[in-house]
Design a protein around this ligand. Structure first.
Ligand code: NAD
Length: 317
């Protein structure tokens, strides 16, 4: 599990341990990312955890041989961060997954590699909902690098026969996400502000988006590894029916009992330039092939996430 101390990777690692899998985690615990030891507190003695870089050949030679499935959840998720520090994003989202693929080619050639990509590769939707046939036209450096990483996975399947599968995820939320700031996605910061009774600052607010609860994403990742004839393919995975960001903020405040309310500000210029506007997913292909469907409503997911941070918040600040 690459990135297995991060938000989604750790939740997947925990689920795999519960299912009886032998799990090895490699995570560099990059301070700007969502990695947190608290995310794996429940499995610490039942999984092997290496603090290290998936670009580290020596480490990969130790951990990869014998792996049946390699889930790659490692990466840099911040869109604005990718514009501020594009070369760091290049390292995290291109060099590292390429190094892992290259190591899999030689050390675990029969492994299935499941890579977590993002809906950000589509850029500003030309039509909604967005299916896999929509043009890939990213509007930020992060999207460009994630699209390149997807292409590496397709290439390693086509040319080297490695069984790679890519999921394009939408905004994901749930226990274990980064909440100290909006580096991972804005909803993390909103959760914190709601719990602290501080106002949520809304830019625009009309944008309609879909949101996935992390356990639904974990289920999709597990199914992706076993999709029949899934090698070399890319699938969208969406979430709940779309809501406007204003509706999302209102729902969050109602559930949290937070008195901070909402303030509306003009879009900061550097954010507006890379904002994708409305986005929601058409994931009928993945649903048809796997039977997957999101099981957690937005209200249930937000309530569970708030519950988690009511006690765990200090571990994430
Ligand atoms: N969270 C979302 O809303 C979302 C949405 C779409 C796609 N994704 C994708 O899913 C993946 C996981 O996202 P997340 O939200 O769990 O992020 P996260 O920041 O919580 O986790 C990523 C983890 O990868 C680790 N990492 C980074 N570079 C590494 C390297 N070279 N070697 C080893 N570990 C490394 C970090 O330390 C971190 O723990 C990312 O690739 C992201 O692009 C996430």
């Amino acid at each position: 599990m690459a990135g297995g101390l991060g938000f989604i990777g750790a939740r997947l690692a925990c689920r795999l341990v519960t299912l009886g899998a032998v799990v090895t985690v490699v995570d560099i615990l990059e301070p700007r990312a969502g990695g947190n030891a608290a995310n794996v507190a429940g499995i610490r003695d039942r999984a092997t955890i290496h603090i290290g870089d998936i670009g580290d050949d020596r480490l990969l030679r130790e951990v990869l041989p014998g792996c049946e499935v390699v889930f790659n959840l490692a990466g840099q998720t911040g869109h604005l961060a990718s514009m501020v520090a594009p070369l760091q994003d290049l390292d995290a989202n291109c060099r590292a997954p390429l190094a892992l693929l290259e190591a899999c080619r030689t050390l675990a050639p029969r492994a299935t590699v499941v890579y977590a990509s993002t809906r950000q590769v589509y850029g500003r939707p030309l039509s909604l909902p967005v299916d896999e046939g929509h043009p890939v036209a990213p509007v930020d450096v992060n999207g460009v690098h994630k699209a390149a990483a997807e292409t590496y996975h397709g290439l390693y399947c086509e040319v080297h026969g490695l069984d790679t599968r890519v999921l394009r995820l939408t905004n994901t939320y749930g226990p274990g996400m980064r909440v100290k700031d909006s580096q991972q996605n804005f909803l993390g910061l909103w959760l914190r502000l709601a719990l602290e009774g501080r106002p949520i600052d809304l830019w625009g607010g009309d944008q309609r988006r879909d949101f996935s609860y992390v356990d639904d994403v974990v289920q999709a990742l597990l199914l992706a590894a076993r999709v029949p004839a899934g090698a070399g393919r890319t699938f969208n995975v969406g979430g709940c029916p779309p809501v406007s960001l204003r509706e999302l903020a209102d729902q969050l405040l109602a559930l949290s009992g937070g008195g901070g309310g909402v303030t509306v500000s003009p879009f900061p210029q550097e954010r507006e330039r890379i904002d994708i506007g409305h986005y929601y997913t058409d994931d009928r292909l993945f649903r048809a092939l796997t039977g997957w469907t999101p099981r957690t409503s937005l209200a249930e997911g937000l309530a569970a996430t708030l519950d988690y941070y009511r006690t765990a918040l200090p571990l994430y600040l």
